[in-house]
Each structure stands twice: as C-alpha cells, then as structure tokens.
Design a protein around this ligand. Structure first.
Ligand code: AHR
Length: 494
C-alpha cells in the first residue's frame, strides 16, 4: 500500500468560503425547465406544476444561488415574454438551441420555485440581441419597490415585494461565434460597462459579473479578459469563467488530472485581473465567478443528430459514471483551494441537462455526480485550510507530476468540525494517509467515501443507488483511502 502524509495547520487558512461556490444553473435548454423542474399534470408535481421529487433532491443539495435563464439561451431572450398572464406569452424560436420556447415558464415561476427549494436567483441579462436598456428595465422590474411603470407592472403580475436579485451576469459567453450577438472584446467591454452603469444606477445594491472567455481554449483567451477588464474594471465585481471536462479517449488518469487544468485556469485569470488592477492603480480586487463547470461529453454525438424546433427535447443529457463523480469531487476541492478568489461557481447544470439530477415521467434520481456535490455543499462551509500533501505522483497526458492525492480541509463556521476532502487518483493501489495536524485537537466522527465502484458504473431510474457514498468507521491516526476514491473525513474539534 502506498503511504502519504497530509499536513494541516490551523493557521494555514486560504479564505472564508463564500457559500455561493456551491451554486448551480438552470437554462431554458432541453428538459431542464420543461419536464425537469416544471411539469404540470405529472403525478409528482404540485399545484404550481413543480416536480416535488426534483425539489426534494434540490433541497438536499442546499444550493445557495442558481443562474438563470441561460447560458446561450439568454442571448436571444426577451425577459418580458416570461412575465404576466401565461395566456399572453408568445411562443418563440430559440436560436441558441434551435428549439421552440413556449414561455409558459419565466422569472415569475422560477422565483416561486426558488422560494420552495430555498435558493436565490443569479439573473443573466441579454447583451446579445439586446443591450443596456432592456438590462436596466429588467433590474427596475425585478428590484425597484413601486411607483414606476415597470415596478408597478411587476406588482400587477402578483408580486408586491421586489425580487431583490443581488447577482447579475452581463450576458453569456459573448466571445463565442455560436452566441447570438457575439462581440469583439472591445465591443462587449463597452456595452457591458454601459449596461453595468445603468443597472447599478437603478439598484446600487446589485453585484455584476462580466463575461470572461467561454473556455481556456478560445483563441482570444487572455486578451479577451485583459480588454474586457480594461473597460469594465470599475463597474463590475466578478469576471466569469466557464470550462467543461471530458474523457473521450477513455484515459482515466488524464481525465482525473483535469483538476490541474482548472487550477491553472483560475490562477491565470487571477493574474490577468491583478495586472489590470496594477495598470489602473486600483484598490479594488476582482473576484471570479466560475459560473459554468462540469463534465460534458457523453451526449455530444446524440445531440448532433437532433431535429430542429422541438419542444424540450432530450439534449445534453449526459449520463454520468463513477469516474465523473471522482472528477467532480476533485474539481470541488480545486474550487475550495482557490476560494480566496473564486467567490461564486455554478455546477452546470442542475436538472436533466448535464445535471446531477435526472427525471423521467415516473420519478427523479441522483446521478453519480450528485453525491460529491451534495457532500461538499453540506460540509464545505466555513474556512478553507490548506492541506500539504506528501505523496507519490504520476504523469498524465496533460500534466506532469500529478499527485495521486488531492485534498483541502474546511473548518466549519461554528469551528466545531473539521472536514478533510481527499481524492485518491491512484487506480491500482489504496493509499494509507497519516495526518500531521498543528493547532487543532481532533476526534474522529465518520469517513464517508465514494469508492468500490467500476469506473463506468452509472445510476439510472432502475438503479438510482448503484453509485452512492458509503459510511465507514474513522479511527484516530492514519486512514486508508481506497484506490479510485473520493473521501470526506469528518472530525470533531475538541
Ligand atoms: O451549459 C450549456 C451551455 O454551455 C451554455 O448554454 C453555454 O453558456 C455553454 O457553452
């Protein structure tokens, strides 16, 4: 058995974790909304048409913020189509996903649903086919108390209290040629700065996220961030990051080393932000909103064959396996390790579409990736502590010297619990990890592990629990981390 040492020092604090790093995303795409969270007439739905089985699974995830309504969809969206009496709402073509959008569900319904699951809206505005004027109108409709045309319109739609939406995204992936109304960095930077000004003049309490690159492989990645930030630095609070990971070559060691890709991406965006800060002689620190991340590749071939203009087709329905859950657990560790700069992150998405939760007409079930997300959202709140890992490493096709173990610790908000998250990427051997703890006295509570499954094992409607965490006894001293496992080690601080 391989040996390792995990060193934790109570003084080695990375940051207080912003709980919004456990955010998620619902886009008008495929069956995320229709047939996912909303399905009037289904026996599992409540009086509002919301799927109760889905809401139960979402509540367990304790998701603090959910981005809406897109994604690519938002770049052609008229927010007015989704408010007011349903019988007046127009059916429109959605040119993001080449489907038909009925607008039966809009921000009114989404807000009601959020209140039932205990989450908050992160609203994206359309800076593709629209601009600053519709963006500031949406802020007024949503957040202004009363006495103006748009705030009174909201009230006439049955919502007296303002929505009080705090976090707003200034468009989506505006660098991407696939985006409706795609822009150069200068074009986007100017429009985003003007939209930001108007939106904050309408409601000074909001926070704004500017679009970073669609992913780190974009030819303009880096220069896009520099140019956009040079326009918006004084007006926004975050820059976005998006990245999806896959294992198309069936190379699991390389796939599991994608945590390094995410880590490098974050650090390079941080360095661009800090360079612009220097250039502007600014005191303000720019934070990151990693508002789309996940594994996404299983459904690509299927989706390439989809017919146009369907309503809520099965699209982006990746069925996740055990190794995907290991990577998602590792990516969550990476986000916590960077929580000094990553203040928001959204697992994309939440239901049916590249999602931890799947539905059919008869029920809902957790995909494999649901479990690391649920456990980290639950035990990953408080102060992030660095874990110095001394262990063997391997070379993957993308990264050299990848340590088999990846780890971070979280001291709970109340200070009474320490949770150590550990990914073991060694596919052949268990690893025995010793602890070197400074400044904390710990008593073991429990070891929760995702382990012992085949790498390609999946959950489905008939076997919803094939991949699920197991609880094991946690003893004083060393701990055995099974080969190919993701682990949550919980200790009481005494
Ligand atoms: O999450 C699916 C899509 O991925 C989003 O609409 C888009 O922003 C990204 O390219």
């Amino acid at each position: 058995m391989q040996k390792a040492v995990l060193a934790i020092d109570a003084c080695n604090i990375i940051s207080e974790i912003d709980e919004r790093i456990y955010g998620s995303f619902i886009e008008h795409l495929g069956r995320a909304v229709y047939g996912g969270i909303y399905q009037p007439g289904n026996p599992n739905s409540d009086v509002d048409g919301f799927r109760k089985d889905v809401m139960a699974l979402v509540r367990e995830l304790n998701v603090p913020v959910i981005r809406y309504p897109g994604g690519n969809f938002v770049s052609g969206y008229n927010w007015e189509d989704g408010v007011g009496p349903k019988e007046n709402r127009p059916v429109r073509l959605d040119l993001a996903w080449f489907t038909t959008e009925t607008n039966e569900f809009g921000m009114q319904e989404f807000q009601k649903w959020l209140e039932k699951v205990g989450s908050n809206m992160m609203m994206a505005v359309n800076l593709g086919t629209r601009g600053p004027d519709s963006a500031r109108n949406l802020v007024e409709y949503a957040n202004f108390p009363s006495g103006t045309f748009l705030s009174d319109l909201r009230i006439s739609h049955g919502r007296k209290e303002p929505y009080g939406i705090k976090t707003w995204c200034l468009g989506n992936e505006m660098d991407g040629p696939w985006q409706m109304g795609a822009k150069t960095a200068d074009e986007y930077g100017r429009i985003a700065a003007e939209a930001a000004k108007l939106m904050k003049w309408t409601d000074p309490n909001i926070e704004l996220v500017a679009c970073g690159s669609s992913n780190s492989h974009m030819p303009t990645y880096g220069s896009w961030e520099s140019t956009v930030l040079s326009h918006v630095y004084d007006h926004v609070d975050y820059i976005s990051m998006h990245e999806y990971y896959g294992n198309p070559d069936d190379d699991t060691p390389t796939f599991l080393s994608e945590t390094e890709t995410m880590d490098k991406f974050i650090k390079s965006v941080v360095s661009i932000c800090d360079r612009i800060k220097e250039e502007k002689h600014s005191d303000k620190t720019m934070y990151l909103s990693f508002d789309e991340w996940n594994v996404w590749y299983h459904s690509l071939d299927h989706d390439a064959k989809l017919e146009r203009w369907g309503r809520a087709p099965h699209r982006l329905e990746d069925v996740y396996n055990f190794e995907d859950a290991l990577l998602v657990g590792g990516l969550l560790i990476t986000l916590i390790k960077n929580s000094d700069r990553v203040r928001m992150a959204c697992l994309a998405q939440l239901v049916n579409v590249i999602a931890p939760i799947m539905t059919d007409d008869d029920g809902a079930w957790p995909q494999t990736i649901y479990h690391p997300y649920q456990l980290t959202s639950r035990y990953g709140r408080g102060s992030a502590l660095r874990v110095d890992v001394d262990c063997a490493s391997y070379d993957s096709k993308k990264h050299m010297h990848v340590p088999y173990l990846d780890s971070v610790a979280v001291l709970s908000e109340s200070g009474v619990e320490l949770t150590v998250f550990v990914l073991n990427r060694n596919l052949e051997e268990d690893v025995e990890a010793e602890f070197d703890i400074k400044g904390l006295s710990l008593r073991p509570i429990v070891h929760v592990a995702l382990e012992g499954c085949g790498l390609k094992d999946v959950n489905d409607s008939r076997n919803p629990d094939r991949v699920k965490p197991v609880e094991k006894q946690l003893r004083e001293g060393s701990v055995v981390l099974s080969k190919a496992s993701w682990n949550v080690l919980r200790y009481r601080v005494v």
